[in-house]
Design a protein around this ligand. Structure first.
Ligand SMILES: [Zn+2]
Length: 90
């Protein structure tokens, strides 16, 4: 059996809701939805100042190295850190 991948998602893509019927991105951390094509492309939340790929990497790193690290997460906004902790507890 392979190692189960944790279900860590900090965004979802909404089809047909963006500019000219394109995609939008909703941040699951702050619930902000952006219709900006650049945000969608880069998987970025301006509200959280967060690249979602970065978030996923951070979460995986923390899981591998055993739990929480305040030092490592120090650059993150509090709400981002809280969401990350929630993900790690699941
Ligand atoms: Zn956000």
């Amino acid at each position: 059996m392979s190692t189960p991948r944790p279900a860590i998602r900090s965004y979802e893509i909404l089809e047909g809701t963006g500019a000219v019927g394109g995609q939008s991105i909703r941040c699951l951390v702050c619930r902000h939805t952006s219709h900006n094509a650049n945000d969608v492309h880069h998987r970025y939340c301006a509200h959280c100042a967060l690249f979602h790929d970065e978030f996923t990497h951070l979460a995986v790193w923390l899981l591998r190295h055993g739990g929480d690290s305040d030092e490592f997460a120090a650059g993150l906004k509090p709400e981002v850190r809280d969401y990350l902790r929630q993900c790690l507890r699941r």
